[in-house]
Design a protein around this ligand. Structure first.
Ligand code: FMN
Length: 206
């Protein structure tokens, strides 16, 4: 298990996580995957219901199934946006390769069946939002746990737009609603930090 270098403060370490989109060929061990998933489950969550569900895509077969299923829908979307055939095929190939070439994918799902239900629509919407917020917090913690182990990762939004297609391709229970795909592996490069807005721009002190 990796430990933090004593010369780096925890604040600086938290700021050193990057979205990593290129990986070297090394496989990620099951032991490591278990550890980072378990750390992800320590994320804060609404009513401690832990509505997150994880689908670990380890095999080439699983990654290819997901990439192919999402490609078909992506192709249609690009078509209706009026892109040329060449552009479409280039974009499809890039997005497929991203998934199939990553050593590991973790599909983040939300299970709303463990949340409360309300007849009041506003209350129900709030409960739904709390489930999504909880899954997102687990995703963030997963990325940090991976970073702590020397891994890199990136959150891909694509499954959010085609949840039924993803469920069908991976034979998931209906209650597991796809929210995002985290690709993980050992970084091939260390990306530069992306600029952040200064807190004065995004904060009000009252
Ligand atoms: C909800 C969410 C969806 C994202 N979707 C994508 C995506 O589909 N493709 C991608 O390359 N990066 C995606 N990202 C990564 C962001 O682009 C990245 O976090 C942001 O640019 C900041 O860079 P950093 O993570 O390196 O600090 C997503 C991140 C989040 C939290």
């Amino acid at each position: 298990m990796q430990t933090l270098a004593p010369e780096i403060s925890l604040q600086d370490w938290l700021r050193s996580r990057r979205s990593v989109r290129r990986f070297d060929g090394r496989a990620v061990s099951r032991e490591l995957v278990d550890r980072i998933l378990e750390t992800a489950t320590y994320a804060p969550n609404a009513h401690n219901r832990q509505p997150w569900r994880f689908v670990v895509l380890e095999s080439d077969e699983a990654k290819t199934k997901l990439a192919s299923a999402m490609s078909d829908d992506f192709r249609e979307a690009l078509h209706s946006e009026g892109h040329s055939q060449e552009e479409i095929e280039t974009q499809i190939a890039r997005s497929r390769a991203r998934i199939t070439e990553a050593p590991l994918g973790v599909l983040l799902c939300a299970d709303l069946s463990v949340m409360d239900t309300y007849s009041d629509e506003k209350r129900q919407q709030g409960e739904h939002a709390m489930a999504m917020q909880s899954v997102a917090l687990a995703g963030g913690q997963l990325l940090l746990a991976a970073h702590a182990e020397g891994l890199g990762g990136v959150w891909m939004c694509a499954p959010l737009f085609v949840p039924e297609i993803v469920q069908q391709a991976l034979d998931l229970d209906e209650s597991w609603q796809p929210q995002g795909l985290v690709l993980l592996g050992y970084p091939a490069t260390q990306p530069a930090a992306r600029e952040r807005l200064p807190i004065e721009k995004v904060t009000r002190f009252l």
